[in-house]
Every structure is written in structure tokens, then in C-alpha cells.
Design a protein around this ligand. Structure first.
Ligand SMILES: *[C@@H]1O[C@H](CO)[C@@H](O)[C@H](O)[C@H]1NC(C)=O
Ligand SMILES: *[C@@H]1O[C@H](CO)[C@@H](O)[C@H](O)[C@H]1NC(C)=O
Length: 827
């Protein structure tokens, strides 16, 4: 990987030690002794000159990332780089006057790298040894499947709950089994010696970033997760355990979850061997504790962009991420920067009965679901050991790899598909289903599909997706349209109102952007708030579809709100994008924690009109979102850009039965008043067209309306309104006090109890409320169970299978998120 020019340079830069290869770099990093820096240099700057200028040691390149280099300095003198960065900033400011070239002019990006806390496995269920059953389904014969537990692999073929499986047998019957496709499991290792994996194991795509070895062997006692995921994808058709979804695909392993790693290592791991590894299956992420809001650092984000642009010979690496297991913690996959990346396919779980298992998170970025544990069952597959099987693999961790396996089948059929084609195919073939309640939560989307925040576009169907892939025309390259920063700068009302802000996208804007139609939508926003978990955000599209970009999270009491956080939605896939997009921020919890809707930026990602004109997205920069105020043209004041920048703030009526008219409020950023009626019309009209949107209720378009009466009468009206408001506030305080008293009952202290707030917000919020209610009830049962039984009892009781399973998962999820708590010894 190290370019040859550096060899030449090293002949005269004598102070520099011998050149490290990419592998050597990984082998020699010592975070105890050194600080490491990832630096992006433009082509004109030699990394060795840079190193000698700053007295650093050059360590080599960062994996697949162009122009990114690693430098180190002994820990005690590490300030040199920080000083250099200051110098760099200073030089940038005076660049116009000073034309003489300086070595720091070539520095584009600098990042100090520390080891990060380890990422969390999405779930780990305890090992349950399966007595090998000889139940083999009839047609297994014609496929030559003699694997002893194939009959238990209901997720592949379910003869009991007919249809509740991946629908993959028909694909195998056509001879499509994943040949020539490679899935890389980024996890805690892969047992390459397992008789069920070794024939499909792909060594060249594998590496251990935790122990710096070419073989990603499971080395810790609980390193079982990655092997199980690998078994789901590519367990060999033989006489050991069961088969994988793509049982003739290749499977590689990259080990990162068993020790802390740096962003440099993580960036290398997600692009490791990315010309040969087609699909990366990632069943991990930031903690699913309902209070974490965290995403990949800049190097890792650059690695993702590099991979979709260059990986798989330019067709783009396919990333599959497990949605997360934090639903019972009130978590949502839009608070996880990996699952809400446009570059990842986010996969949630449903159980054998097509029900939502208590753990699987929802969000507007979730594309699809597939089967996993719950309803007394789990996934049966390979485990660590020569011929060991498990019947206890579960969580969204087990759902992700099944999707990755299905994508391997698709790639055998159509290796030429791009990363976005795979997302199209997923959307167009996923099967909506009814879990027995709330059919109205499925929204009809622009592509004629249905979307549900809990289930994405529905269940993944292997036969349907492979079948559509056969005739699929590859889509045009990706185009994008980015709005300027839309400044709102207005305090958030508390309670059921929201603060809305709109942005008009015109046909010309999209034509100029070479933009044909929407795929992903991202919204980056700043909402400082004293209690982040109180916030929720909706995005209403021009056609009336609603994305719940964020939901309130009872456990999240970070006093920061949203800081340049990017939410993502796949709900609007297929819309033209033209029209008014409205974002509504709510602070529904009436309490002492307040916040401000500062600003937001809308980004549409989609298909280009003219493929020849379309360039590649520039690499993300750390300062991409720090231009809020730099560019005066993005400020809302200009009267000529009313539809671009001017976004008046409006109160959104909270309760359909509440007939008190609420005045709207103008943007404090000085939006032209002419905008107010326009936006209010939109908010009033659009939602009614949508199945689960905020119902319309009349409200007044401009601040402090005159009601067409005399000043005196107005004073009376406002005085009366003031009294009403005072009364409502008093009522709220009383309610809060009553609730607070109630919660002092020790049994109710448990945090799930906070959720009823949603429930009380009435019919309008029916969708979220019902979900919150269900979750709470479920969590309550689990809580009771824990309180009443010891762990041994949980494991020994046979007759309570369904609950047993779920208790186990919950305890494990908690164990994972508290890392290393005592209960780990259980297995
Ligand atoms: C499931 O597979 C069968 C073929 O095995 C196919 O006929 C059927 O249409 C598939 N289901 C869906 C929803 O496509
Ligand atoms: C497998 O992939 C390689 C490289 O992508 C290609 O050259 C080869 O023809 C493929 N083999 C089959 C059987 O499709």
C-alpha cells in the first residue's frame, strides 16, 4: 500500500525509521507510550517532510483511505501537533497575503487518535447446547442438505408457522447459494477451525485488529458472537449443525470487539480487503442504553464513503447493521450514527410469530426486518468449537447476518449491482405484514410500498429479492441536494405543541443539482436543551409522509440537546423532493428543562438525472457542519431567498380536541413576514393528507393577532388567554406533583415508568403512545420476573419458554451495556 515515492524520499530523509507496511503499522501501535495522529495531506506534501518538520514519526497510511497518514509522537511531547494545528489555523487565515508555500498548507485534516471504549455487541444469548435432532424436512433431500439441525432452523424453512421464514428454499432450488460472494463478519472473531465454517472461510479477507494477527480467532471465553453470525450466513452444507442462508458463499472475519480500538483501526477494519469482501455484516454499535447518542468519527465516516465509492471495484461496499437491542430502554436507531448512516442497511428483528420482540429498536432509518429470537425461540446455528451448535443466538445481532446472507445470494445472481441498488431491491421486495395491531402505522410511500417505523419496509423475502434482481436495471449514480442552514433560533414551547420550520425545495434547485428523485433524507440539527430525552422530531414531506426522526427517550438526561446531529430517514424513498419540507421539534415534557430550536439543514440524497454529469461526493470534513453562521447567504434575512432561507416558526397544535387557538410565532432570525401565511398553510394542510400525521386544527398565522376587534377588546382577550394559560400551567404542575408522589412508590421507581407521558398525550400521538404503552407493559413483566426469581430459576423452568427466553435476552442486554458486570460469569 505504501506508495513507491515514499521509498525514494526515505533515501534522503535519514532521520526516519524504516518504512512500515500497513500491517506493520497495525502491529506496532502502542497507545501506552505514544500518541497517534491521523493526518490527511494533499498530494503536494510528503508525509516524511511533514513528519520531520514536526518531529513526528511516520507510521504509514490509513488502510484504504487516500492521502491519510498516521504519525506518532511519544506521549510527553505530544503537544507538537496541537501547536501545529494552531499554526495551521493561523496560516489559513492569512493565506491570501502570504503566498509562499508552507509545509502545513498541505494538511487537510488532523485527528488525534486515542483508544476508544469498545463497541458493544448487539446481543449475546447464553449458549444452550442443542441435542442434535434428526428432523429433516422432505425437500432437504433434493437440496442435499443432511445437516443435523436443519430441521430446527425455522428461520430458513418454517413448516409450523408457514411463511414465517426467509423464503429462501426456492432460491436454493434454483442453484443460487451465494457462490462467489463474500460476507465479512466484523465482530469478536470467527472460529475458522469449525467444521461448519472452514470450507467457506476466506482467509485473505480476514484480520484480527484486537490482537494484531491474520487469523481472527475467538480468543476470549465470550467471543462467540461473531462465529454465530458467520454460521447464519455461511455454515457449510455438511453433516455439522445447520446451513447458512448462503451456504456456498465465502465468509471472512475481522475482529474488533474484544478490546478497545482506535478510530484508525476501526476505519481500517470497515474497509479491510474491500475489493474482495463484498458485504460487511456488523452486529454492534454504541450502547443501546437509551441515553447514548453517538456515531462514527470522521475517519470512519471517510472510510464508509471511500468504501461505497471504491469498494467492490467501484460498485460500492454493502454494509449491514443490526438495528439495536435497546427498545426496552426507550432507545431508537436514529441515535446511533452507524445504523442511521445512508451507507448502511439497517436491519431490525421480528420473532417467529411476526411480532415485535421487546428489544428491537425502531427508527425512520430502518430499512427492513428479518427473523430472530422471541416468542420462545431463537436462531439455531453454528457456535465456537469443532462441531458445536447453538440454539440460542438472538437479538438484532442475529437478524443482521441473515440479511447479509440474503444479499450474498443477490450478488451471486447480480455481482454488478451497486450499494444503492441493494437498498432499492430491499425496499421493493420487503413484505409488509400485520403484527395484529395498528395497521394504520404503515404509511403508503411514494414507491407504492409501505413503511412502518418498527419494521422498515417489512420482512426481507429472499426469493422476492433475488427474483427482482434478475431483471433489475442498475440505478444512476448518487446525486444530492443540500439546503443552506435554516436558522430558527426560537425557544421550544413545552407540552404538546411543537415548533415547526419549513423549507421549500423548487424544481430548479433539484434540476441544478442533477437530482431526479429522493432516496435517503438526512437532517442535521442543533437543538440545545437541558434534557435531551425530552425532545422529539418529525419531518413532514411535501406529499404528507411523516418521518419520526427522533422520539423522546425517558432515560436520556444529557443536558446538551442535539449538537450537529444528523438524523436519517428512508421513508421518503421515491418522492420527487419538490415542495415544502417541514420539521417539527417537540418538547412534550412539561418540566424545568428547556431548550431552543437553533437551526437545521436538509439534505436530499437520491438518483441523478444525468449519469455522465454526476461527480462523486467529496469526502466529509470535520468542519462540514460548522458553517452555521460563516456564510451570510444562508442567514434567513434576505428577502430574495424567502423560500430558501426564511423559515418562520409556528406553533403546532398539539391536541385535536384542544380548540384554543394558538398564536404562531415569527422567526427571531428576522424571517420576512410574508412567509408566515405560507408556512402556516402548509402545516395546516399537509398533515391531514397523511395517515399518521398531526391532524389539522385551526390556528392563527401571525403573532398576536388582532382578532379584528378594538384594542380594548384585544386586551380582554389576551387577559383571558393569559388566565387560561396560567390555569393550564397550574394544572400541569399539579399533575407533575401527583405523578411525582406516585413514583415515590419504590416499585414504580423503575425507569420504564416514565413512558406513560406519551400515552397521555392522547389520540393524536396514538402511534407513539400505543407503542410506548406496549413497551412499558412488557418491560414491567420482565421487571417483575427479575424481582421474583433468581437466575437459576429463570434457566431451569421449562414451562415458561417464551418468557424465559426474553428474560435471558434482557439480562444479557443489560449486562452488555454495563460491561463486565458480575452476571457475565453465568455462561
Ligand atoms: C416465496 O418463494 C416462492 C418460491 O419458492 C415464491 O413463489 C413466492 O412468491 C415467494 N414469496 C414472495 C412474497 O415473493
Ligand atoms: C467470481 O468473481 C470473479 C471476480 O469478480 C470473476 O472473475 C469470476 O468469473 C466469478 N466466478 C463465477 C463463477 O461467477
Amino acid at each position: 500500500m505504501i506508495p513507491r515515492i515514499f521509498l525514494a524520499l526515505s533515501l534522503w530523509v535519514t532521520a526516519v525509521p524504516s518504512i512500515a507496511s500497513a500491517h506493520q503499522v497495525r502491529n506496532t501501535r502502542d497507545h501506552e507510550q505514544n500518541d497517534y495522529y491521523a493526518v490527511h495531506l494533499d498530494g503536494s506534501t510528503s508525509p516524511r517532510d511533514f513528519a520531520s518538520h514536526l518531529n513526528l514519526r511516520y507510521e504509514g497510511e490509513v488502510g484504504a483511505l487516500d492521502g491519510h497518514h498516521v504519525f506518532s509522537a511519544p506521549r510527553h511531547i505530544a503537544d507538537v501537533v496541537d501547536d501545529a494545528v494552531e499554526e495551521l489555523k493561523w496560516r489559513r487565515r492569512k493565506r491570501e497575503v502570504d503566498t509562499e508555500r508552507h509545509i502545513l498548507d498541505g494538511v487537510l485534516l488532523n485527528q488525534k487518535q486515542a483508544l476508544r471504549q469498545r463497541l458493544f455487541k448487539r446481543s449475546a444469548l447464553p449458549v444452550v447446547e442443542s441435542p442434535s435432532k434428526r428432523v429433516i424436512v422432505d425437500y432437504a433431500g433434493s437440496l442435499g442438505i443432511k445437516d443435523p439441525i436443519f430441521g430446527d432452523q425455522w428461520h430458513l424453512h418454517n413448516p409450523i408457522q408457514v411463511g414465517n421464514d426467509l423464503n429462501v428454499t426456492g432460491v436454493w432450488m434454483e442453484g443460487i447459494t451465494g457462490k462467489n460472494a463474500t460476507v465479512c463478519i466484523i465482530d469478536d472473531g470467527l472460529d475458522l477451525d469449525s467444521d461448519d465454517l472452514k470450507d467457506n472461510y476466506f482467509a485473505a479477507g480476514s484480520y484480527d485488529f484486537n490482537d494484531k494477527s491474520d487469523e481472527p480467532k475467538p480468543r476470549l471465553s465470550d467471543d462467540r458472537h461473531g462465529t454465530r453470525c458467520a454460521g447464519e450466513v455461511a455454515a457449510v452444507r455438511n453433516n455439522v449443525c445447520g446451513v447458512g442462508v448462503a451456504y456456498e458463499s465465502r465468509v471472512s472475519g475481522v475482529r474488533i470487539l474484544s478490546k478497545p480500538i482506535s478510530d484508525i483501526d476501526e476505519a481500517e477494519s470497515v474497509t479491510f480487503g474491500f475489493q474482495d469482501n463484498d458485504i460487511y455484516s456488523c452486529s454492534w454499535g454504541p450502547p443501546d442504553d437509551g441515553r447514548t447518542m453517538e456515531g462514527p468519527g470522521i475517519l470512519i465516516r471517510r472510510a464508509f464513503v471511500t468504501a461505497v465509492q471504491k469498494g467492490r471495484q467501484g460498485k460500492g461496499t454493502i454494509y449491514v447493521f443490526a438495528a439495536g437491542n435497546g427498545a426496552s430502554n426507550g432507545d431508537n436507531c436514529n441515535f446511533d450514527g452507524y445504523t442511521n448512516s445512508i451507507y448502511s442497511i439497517t436491519v431490525g428483528a421480528i420473532d417467529k410469530m411476526n411480532q415485535h420482540p421487546y428489544y428491537s429498536e425502531q427508527c425512520s432509518a430502518q430499512l427492513v426486518v428479518t427473523y430472530s429470537s422471541g416468542a420462545g425461540e431463537a436462531i439455531h446455528t453454528t457456535d465456537v468449537g469443532k462441531d458445536t451448535c447453538t440454539r440460542g443466538h438472538g437479538g438484532t445481532s442475529a437478524a443482521g447476518p441473515l440479511a447479509a446472507g440474503v444479499y450474498a445470494l443477490v450478488l451471486e445472481q447480480r455481482p454488478d449491482l451497486t450499494w444503492r441498488d441493494m437498498q432499492y431491491l430491499t425496499i421493493l421486495t420487503a413484505q409488509p405484514f400485520y403484527d395484529g395491531s395498528q395497521p394504520e402505522e404503515w404509511q403508503d410511500t411514494a414507491l407504492g410500498r409501505r413503511f412502518h417505523h418498527q419494521y422498515g419496509y417489512g420482512r426481507l423475502d429472499a426469493y422476492a429479492i433475488v427474483d427482482l434482481a434478475k431483471s433489475w436495471e442498475v440505478v444512476n449514480p448518487q446525486a444530492w441536494f443540500h439546503s443552506p442552514w435554516i436558522h430558527v433560533r426560537h425557544g421550544l414551547p413545552q407540552g404538546d405543541q411543537g415548533l415547526a420550520s419549513s423549507f421549500d425545495v423548487t424544481e430548479d434547485m433539484l434540476k441544478d443539482a442533477n437530482f431526479e428523485r429522493v432516496e435517503h433524507i438526512t437532517v442535521t440539527m442543533n437543538v440545545p436543551h437541558q434534557r435531551r430525552g425530552d425532545l422529539s422530531v418529525e419531518l413532514h414531506s411535501p406529499t404528507g409522509l411523516v418521518s419520526y426522526l427522533s422520539v423522546d427517550r425517558p432515560r436520556d438526561d444529557a443536558a446538551v440537546g442535539y449538537v450537529d446531529w444528523t438524523f436519517m430517514s428512508v421513508v421518503h424513498w421515491g418522492e420527487s423532493g419538490v415542495g415544502t419540507w417541514t420539521i417539527i421539534v417537540k418538547d412534550r415534557h412539561v418540566n424545568e428543562f428547556a431548550g431552543t430550536f437553533q437551526d437545521w439543514k436538509l439534505r436530499l440524497w437520491g438518483e441523478s438525472i444525468d449519469a455522465d454529469k454526476q461527480g462523486l461526493l467529496p469526502m466529509p470534513l470535520p468542519g462540514d457542519d460548522s458553517d452555521h453562521d460563516d456564510d451570510p447567504s444562508t442567514v434567513t434575512a434576505s428577502p430574495d431567498t424567502t423560500s430558501v432561507g426564511g423559515s418562520p416558526v409556528t406553533s403546532v397544535p398539539g391536541n385535536p380536541t384542544d380548540h384554543i387557538d394558538r398564536p404562531s410565532k415569527p422567526s427571531s432570525a428576522g424571517a420576512p413576514p410574508s412567509d408566515a401565511p405560507e408556512a402556516s398553510g402548509i402545516i395546516g394542510a399537509d398533515p391531514s393528507a397523511s395517515p399518521s400525521a398531526v391532524p389539522d386544527s385551526s390556528f392563527l398565522p401571525s403573532p398576536f393577532p388582532t382578532f379584528g376587534v378594538s384594542k380594548k377588546t384585544q386586551i380582554w382577550i389576551y387577559a383571558a388567554m393569559g388566565l387560561i394559560v396560567a390555569f393550564v400551567i397550574g394544572l400541569c404542575i399539579a399533575l407533575v406533583v401527583i405523578r411525582w408522589r406516585k413514583r415515590r412508590n419504590p416499585r414504580d421507581v423503575y425507569e420504564f415508568d416514565v413512558l406513560p407521558d406519551e400515552e397521555e398525550s392522547g389520540e393524536r400521538e396514538g402511534m407513539i403512545a400505543r407503542r410506548g404503552k406496549g413497551r412499558r407493559r412488557r418491560a414491567g413483566e420482565l421487571y417483575d420476573a427479575f424481582a421474583g426469581e433468581s437466575e437459576e430459576e429463570l434457566f431451569s423452568e421449562e414451562d415458561e419458554e417464551p418468557y424465559q427466553d426474553e428474560k435471558v435476552e434482557l439480562s444479557d442486554a443489560e449486562e452488555d451495556s454495563s460491561e463486565g458486570s458480575g452476571s457475565r460469569a453465568r455462561g
